[in-house]
Design a protein around this ligand. Structure first.
Ligand code: ASP
Ligand code: MG
Length: 438
């Protein structure tokens, strides 16, 4: 059971999480936590401020003291942890420099504090529980501070927890490298930590407790009637995340995929709703679409060259230009005389364009929107493109580019930024509302 920062944002939330855990003791849960909401951001600020000697640690200590006071518990380790954090920040001030290594060390305190608070809350309400720092139970990583990769577990975690019969509350997000330095695995990394623990311990299910009713058929801010999806495949979830869905990062599913462990996304505040379960595959011949994803701030680059397109190596030269500038290409569509591509990260786009202009004419359009109809059934069904285009035409949306994955599980479209909301609503209505839905 993994609980994110918003699920632990204050004393009431922590107390509620403790009851969710206590209600599931029969399933022998392992609990993985993030820092309380906002704490990791505050620690990043503290680390930076420490360079000039003015980190606001008091504010953070008050926040934690407020939560434990409201819970009516005392967490002995907290004062030691804050002492350690103050010493560390003094060291940073002394050398007037923040290394990536020191920054990870500073940022690690969020999870170490929240794990102890939740374990103490469980104990105070009669559930045997103990906080564990991930690195103390064998979670090792490489030395890439800030985005460390977890190393294979090789049975260490199960061995470390084997003597403990209560509920282990372990820190997400952090590990140690082979020299004993604390590392972090990337922002929002606790989902990956949870999947990693689930894999290491052969969990029957990995539960990601968050603040929505699982994965929805569209962004509820645009489509108020968006419905929770009961089941989807790993591929669909990865496609959804790539297309702008914010629930789970595809990389965080990897350890679950490796052992075919279902991942269930659940709502902490509405625990009675079944959430969404993400599984390797299931039989369901009728489904066409699973959800409508979208993202904004997409850049569309079109490369034209009347003379060269048909020649061997032309596409390779285009992609090489992006590779040299470290830009990853998302959608691609080609015609006789042009290639269009969407990009997410455009920091070094100018460089790529200069290289492309040596052999072609380049047009760049920024701030477009991308929509994606995700669903396994799409590849089994004729007529899906028509079901995509007709409602968009009726809604007055003009489509700038389309990409239909031949093997994959989506239809993707690029539209003007002003048309994103309209287009999402039109597609949602087509695929999920009314008699022809599904
Ligand atoms: N606390 C970390 C962050 O805010 C990790 C996580 O929340 O998953 O990025
Ligand atoms: Mg988080």
């Amino acid at each position: 059971m993994k609980f994110g920062g918003t699920s632990l944002r204050d004393a009431a939330a922590v107390r509620h999480v403790a009851t969710l855990i206590a209600d599931r003791l029969g399933q022998r849960p392992i609990v993985v936590v993030s820092a309380h909401a906002g704490v990791t951001d505050a620690l990043v600020r503290i680390a930076t401020e420490a360079v000039d000697g003015s980190p606001d640690i008091d504010g953070l200590e008050e926040l934690h003291a407020g939560i434990t006071a409201d819970l009516g518990i005392e967490v002995e380790d907290h004062s030691d942890l804050f002492g350690e954090l103050r010493d560390l920040c003094q060291g940073i001030t002394l050398v007037s420099e923040l290394s990536r290594r020191s920054k990870d060390y500073v940022v690690s305190f969020g999870e170490r504090l929240s794990a102890r608070t939740l374990a103490a809350t469980l104990r105070a309400t009669g559930t045997d529980a103990r906080a564990f720092d991930a690195f103390d139970i064998g979670v090792h990583s490489d030395r890439a501070f800030g985005r460390a990769r977890l190393l294979p577990d090789e049975g260490r975690i199960a061995a470390a927890l084997s003597d403990f019969t209560g509920v282990p509350v372990v820190t997400g997000f952090i590990a140690k490298d082979d020299r004993g330095n604390i590392t972090t695995i990337g922002r929002n990394g606790s989902d990956l930590s949870a999947a990693f623990f689930g894999n290491a311990l052969d969990a029957s299910e990995i539960q990601i407790w968050t603040d929505v009713d699982g994965v929805l058929t569209a962004d509820p801010k645009i489509v108020p009637g968006a419905q929770p999806i009961s089941r989807m495949t790993y591929d669909e979830a990865a496609e959804l995340a790539n297309a702008g869905g914010k629930v789970l990062h595809p990389a965080s599913l990897r350890p679950a995929v490796d052992k075919s462990i279902p991942v269930r996304v659940l709502n902490t505040h509405r625990s009675e709703s079944p959430g969404t379960v993400i599984v390797p595959e299931f039989d369901e011949p009728a489904a066409v679409a699973r959800c409508i994803a979208h993202k904004r701030h997409v850049t569309l680059v079109s490369v034209e060259s009347s003379s060269m397109l048909a020649q061997a190596g032309f596409l390779a030269r285009i992609f090489a230009a992006f590779e040299h500038s470290n830009i990853s290409v998302d959608l691609v569509s080609t015609s006789e005389v042009s290639v269009s591509m969407t990009l997410d990260n455009t920091e070094r786009l100018d460089e790529a364009v200069r290289e492309l202009e040596q052999f072609s004419h380049v047009t760049v359009e920024r701030e477009l929107g991308m929509l994606c109809v995700v669903g396994h059934g799409i590849r089994h069904r004729m007529g899906v493109p028509a079901r995509v285009f007709a409602p968009l035409r009726d809604a007055g949306v003009s489509v700038r580019m389309i990409s239909l994955g031949a093997l994959k599980v989506n239809v993707s479209l690029v539209v003007g930024s002003d048309d994103v909301d309209k287009a999402v609503r039109a597609l949602h209505a087509e695929f999920f509302e009314g008699s022809a839905s599904g």
